[in-house]
Write a protein that binds this ligand. Structure first.
Ligand code: CA
Length: 218
């Protein structure tokens, strides 16, 4: 799993990084709010709320506004207000310093289990003559398989996982291209155009003006 470790105490960060790597996670480190918000998308953010440049609560809110990434807030002992604010700002859980590594690992597992349950797998999605098999990575149109590039498929899959729901351009960039750089919006538009053309019916992928795209439902 990709973990973003946001911690300005470099000694604590180094110890945590070692422990997380031992548990098989890939770790990216950030020691400021600015670095945390500029980091590439990950599966889980371990977010120290006491950061030097900005309020950790704001960072939490901003991360949550962008994606459904799992967030565990790290707070100092006795900071009940921080814990409550952290949870209200979109953190999935919190852990209080000082904590043991066993507790941290248990919380990570619990948060990831909840995240998995929140997005039930949809092996196959059908809309009209379109069928998207998410597990087999196959797409059929009117009973015939069509060939998509890897990114075209991932784009279609990102929409097919939430049929009828608008998915923001930022979310698509994060999920398909693993970037938050808005300069990539042109790449997204180009892929939407080629995907629509291959599906043969442009109405499957609908534009949600000013927001993003959604997969048509019946
Ligand atoms: Ca700190």
């Amino acid at each position: 799993m990709q973990v973003l470790l946001v911690e300005d105490d470099l000694r604590v960060a180094a110890a945590l990084e070692t422990a997380l790597r031992q548990h098989g996670h890939e770790v990216t480190r950030a020691s400021t709010a600015a670095e945390a918000l500029a980091a590439a998308p990950v599966d889980l953010v371990l977010l120290d709320l006491g950061l030097p440049d900005r309020d950790g609560i704001e960072v939490c809110r901003e991360l949550r506004a962008r994606s459904e990434v799992a967030i565990i807030a790290v707070t100092a002992r006795g900071e009940e207000r921080e814990r409550v604010l952290g949870l209200r700002s979109g953190a999935d859980d919190y852990i209080t310093k000082p904590f043991g590594l066993a507790e941290l690992q248990a919380r990570i597992e619990a948060v990831m289990r909840r995240a998995m349950r929140a997005t039930p797998s949809r092996p196959s999605v059908r809309v009209g003559g379109l069928e998207v098999d998410l597990d087999a990575r196959r797409v059929m149109v009117a009973g015939r398989e069509i060939t998509l590039t890897r990114k075209e498929f991932e784009l279609l899959a990102a929409l097919a996982r939430r049929p009828g729901h608008a998915v923001t351009r930022e979310q698509l960039l994060a999920e398909v291209w693993r970037t938050t750089w808005r300069g990539s919006l042109h790449t997204l538009e180009v892929h939407v155009a080629s995907l629509r053309s291959k599906l043969g019916d442009p109405s499957y992928v609908q534009t949600v003006r000013g927001v993003g795209y959604r997969l048509r439902t019946e």
